[in-house]
Design a protein around this ligand. Sequence first.
Ligand code: ADP
Ligand code: S3P
Ligand code: MG
Length: 174
Amino acid sequence: MKDVKIVLLGYMGSGKTTIGKIVANHLNIKFLDLDDYIEQQENMPVGLIFENRGELYFRKKEREYLSQIFLTETNFVLSLGGGTPCFGDNMELVNEKTVNSFYLNIGINELSERLKLEKNHRPMIAHLKDDEMQEFIGKHLFERSFFYNKAHQKVKGNKNTPTEIAEKIINSLV
Ligand SMILES: Nc1ncnc2c1ncn2[C@@H]1O[C@H](COP(=O)(O)OP(=O)(O)O)[C@@H](O)[C@H]1O
Ligand SMILES: O=C(O)C1=C[C@@H](OP(=O)(O)O)[C@@H](O)[C@H](O)C1
Ligand SMILES: [Mg+2]
């Protein structure tokens, strides 16, 4: 059987984790979430890693475990963290290891509404007030888009359900 490696990336709240699970389920392959993988390996939630060890430590580990997954796993859907593509040469590594990287491209308003409801466990935005979210996300997404746009394919879907976006991805596989 062909080794299928699908990588989902995009801003926090774009649906990487939710949609990754659906895609893996449909294709009957393994689902891996880089944040969950880091939490298991480090035995600590992402929020606490940031708090106790700092962001730099998290980024080092994120890179280490990203490489480890590509070395040890086959046939998977991997959902990255929102920051993964933006550090070191992580995107070069991803695109060297797979021909199926997808940027989940969701607009600022939609992201902001989703993230207001669940910013607590996301250390990059946990400190923001609801009325500061939109401006922060707008600027942050602008900086990060350069890296996200290195993905092989871009999937839009502000108005689509996770299942519909998962179908788009499955239909676009190389
Ligand atoms: N297409 C979608 N439409 C509506 N809500 C969505 C969609 N995709 C994800 N969500 C919701 O947005 C939130 C963030 O999704 P999540 O998968 O955790 O994003 P990420 O892993 O990219 O940070 C969750 O509450 C999820 O249910
Ligand atoms: O955007 C970021 O820098 C981060 C996104 C998070 O993943 P999600 O995009 O799944 O929330 C997680 O990796 C960490 O909180 C940092
Ligand atoms: Mg996630």
